[in-house]
Write a protein of this length. Structure first.
Length: 135
């Protein structure tokens, strides 16, 4: 069948050189690994909750690290996406290179929220333990 003209601007990784395919799928794998790491961290937290260990230091550290990952990831994604797009342009697998300057502010805000939440929960645990001592 014929391809619509507007579809010709969409990159087809199967039509790329071997190096281009390697770059494209490596970038794809990096993006998927970000979500895999977050899901793994959430899985560990759910296991702790299931075992009755809700507000423990490991959970708070998990929340902190999830926050750090969410703050850092948009910058890693921006840099790697631009680097791969530039490399694909240089080897001739894509016609034009237009750098992206889009940083996902929502993801960064979510990370900052989780980092702040860690300190709030930590303070609540401290207050609760002081309250238990005074009873």
């Amino acid at each position: 069948g014929e391809q619509a003209k507007c579809a010709s601007i969409v990159v087809n990784p199967l039509a790329m050189s071997t190096t281009g395919q390697l770059l494209f799928w490596s970038l794809f794998a990096l993006g998927v690994s970000f979500y895999a790491v977050l899901i793994g961290m959430l899985h560990r937290m759910v296991n702790r909750f299931a075992n009755g260990r809700i507000f423990v230091s490991e959970t708070l550290q998990g929340v902190w690290w999830m926050g750090i990952i969410l703050v850092i990831w948009p910058f890693i994604d921006l840099i790697t996406s631009n680097a791969v797009a530039y490399a694909l342009h240089e080897i001739g697998d894509i016609k034009f290179f237009l750098p992206s300057y889009n940083v996902d502010i929502g993801t960064i805000a979510g990370g900052v929220f989780l980092m702040a939440l860690k300190f709030v929960i930590e303070h609540a645990i401290l207050l609760q333990s002081e309250n238990e001592l005074t009873i």
